[in-house]
Design a protein around this ligand. Sequence first.
Ligand code: NOJ
Length: 521
Amino acid sequence: MSRSPDPNWLGNATIYQIYVRSFADADGDGNGDIDGVVEHLPYIKSLGVDAIWLSPIMPSPNHDWGYDVSDYYSVASDYGGMPALRRLIEQTSQLSLKVILDLIPNHTSSEHPWFVSARSNVESPYRDYYVWADPSDDGGVPNNWLDATGSSAWTYDSNSQQYFLHNFLSTQPDLNWWNPKVQEEFQNILRFWFDRGIDGFRVDVAHGIFKDRLLRDDPAAPTTDASPFTHFGLLETYSKNRPEVHALFRNWRQLAATYQPPKLLIGETWVGDVDRMIRFYGNNDELDLAMNFPFTFADFQARTIAPLITETLGKLPAGAYGCWAASNHDISRFPTRWCNDDEARVRSALMLLATLPGTLILYYGDELGLGDSVLENQMLRDEITAQTSVGFKRDYARTPMPWNNDPKHGFTQGNPWLPFGQVTTSVETQQADEHSILNLTRKLLSIRRENVSSPLVTCLLDELAWSYRVGQLEVHINFSDQRVQHPTSAGILIDSRGSERPVPEGRNTLEPFDAFIIRSS
Ligand code: NOJ
């Protein structure tokens, strides 16, 4: 399947992340599905995005909603199976939209035939596909590694009297990437999907695929460190984050480059500083894009976020592009986390996101300014976070898309798999309002496509506000609750309601938390 081969598309691209189960349900079983995505392609196209990334669609027992794969060569039947994916690929291709799937190489489901065989028999050819270890000298777990719930990352298998490793749930055993056969399996998996016409993969837990061969203990994090990058008081120095992963990504990039146009590799590189994140690009010969979590988790303040953006852009290897996202299915949505659900701030944040050179990933609902939907505990469906007392409940960021104002919000005819929580807006409401956040997003993404290019140059940065030039745009953002005045160039001013007017060179006022863009005329 050929799509427009534009090697520079990542310079001002937008990818729309779809949490498939929550987007649109075409068959009325209460679960979003691929045909639901197909039905809404005109809407997706109308946003002005270049690509969609689908959360995992491969068969899974769904302990982690598809992040526990039981078959890497097919599509789950409740999502519509392979025929639905074929329909999606055909129709997105007609609309010049690219399709990116989620690849989960760190672990399989415990129901994957490889693990079933490995666990049942120490002589199994699949035994060494996983990470097994003897009990420690005192008979306990092999080391101090913790899984995603904060319990030991090791589960005892009484049959073989060894432990197996699981960095997430015990139903998600980690693969042993030191085994060349595992590497071969994934070469085949990549080729299988690339040959079926998908345009690339988002690589799950990209930083964590290799574990320390000696299984050394993770060190304690400084007690003052409560960042999203510490793991129940530990630094994941040995349980993840091993340097051997770079050779793997060079290898995958070469494989991706055998296609025309080359397939895209985006890494979920969950690391806490820009230098470590940048390493995943190699010399622009590893991942095409490394998700910038230091940016995602930065405070929405001028003096925090501006230096992070300029540092990132300054450190990218030649020819590589930044990757910016503010929301996803694992964290609090940006309108709540960055903006305290304040509309002015949400609009400003979208102005920032849409004018950053590189690739922007918008999460479904970002275009509506959708914040977190708090659900009652007994409604939660996410095994990883429902039971833990610390951290964000991921279901708050996974509630179904509100398409309209009917009781089931146009999402399903059945019973939604996850409640909506409190719905305060919908696509229908915002379509009808010329100045809605939705219509602002559309305008911003079209401005992005036409005008954003590297480099980004700061004009003014202080405690309150930031202004910068990028391509033909001059962007002014007030991060504070005070009114500020900025020197501005002549051009067309686009305000945070999406209205445009010509302005001469001079000074313009930014209201608290407001932003505007001036496009040189
Ligand atoms: C990161 C994914 O985004 C998350 O949803 C999942 O639980 C873990 N990886 C494990 O696959």
